[in-house]
Design a protein around this ligand. Sequence first.
Ligand SMILES: N[C@@H](CCC(=O)N[C@@H](CS)C(=O)NCC(=O)O)C(=O)O
Length: 236
Amino acid sequence: MSGSEITLVQFPRHLGVPNASPFCVKLELWLMLAGIPFKNDFKDMPFKAPKKKIPYVIIDGQEMGDSTLVIEHLAKTRGIDLDEGLSEKDKALDQAIWAMVDERTYWYGVYDRWLGAGWPVISEAFFSTTPSLLRPAFKAFAVRAVKKQLWKQGTGRHSADEVLEMAKRDIAALAAIVGDRPYVHGDKIRTIDTVVFSIVVNLTHVTVNTPMTQAARAHANLVAYAQRILDQYFPD
Ligand SMILES: N[C@@H](CCC(=O)N[C@@H](CS)C(=O)NCC(=O)O)C(=O)O
């Protein structure tokens, strides 16, 4: 139903980027590109989320989790095709880029922020509203939880140097994918740009300054790409 109400539940805005969670950035940008009206609801904790992760949407009172599933659902039910005219091969390669960003590069960023050089900034930004007496315990709980996730996912088993080298390879791949075009596929912004932008902006424009974010900022085309999309879709 095109007249239905959509609420996008995402984390509060932190770290100088539209969202410190690439998944939130991706979904918000996609909703804008799709021309679907929505309102934001900023929540700190994922505990009440349908999949216990943020972002999620509420469509006419119905909750739905996972940015990728939400995009697929809305594209299908509302007949939205941002990729019209792309070849089947281009679409297949976009799937591969999507998997790399969401399932791999993302985790390098998590490692960098929570276990690596980004921690001082994260520790300040994410816990500033926690009552000071509870703050040390909340921080220790959160770090323990992220460490556990990183270990299970696999990235947490590598040293910081190994993660940095692996991240640099993904960042270089993203720089080559963007090239000197305004968007991944040329002059028109497509679905895959929501994914690529979500991670790139979280490396190039984030207030975290680490060897990993510096590696991304060394690619002038990635900085310009993120800035172009910020200027157009997130002017504030
Ligand atoms: N596949 C999910 C991933 C979402 C996700 O990992 N969200 C993280 C924040 S970036 C989260 O809510 N983590 C909380 C937790 O795992 O407890 C999507 O695309 O929406």
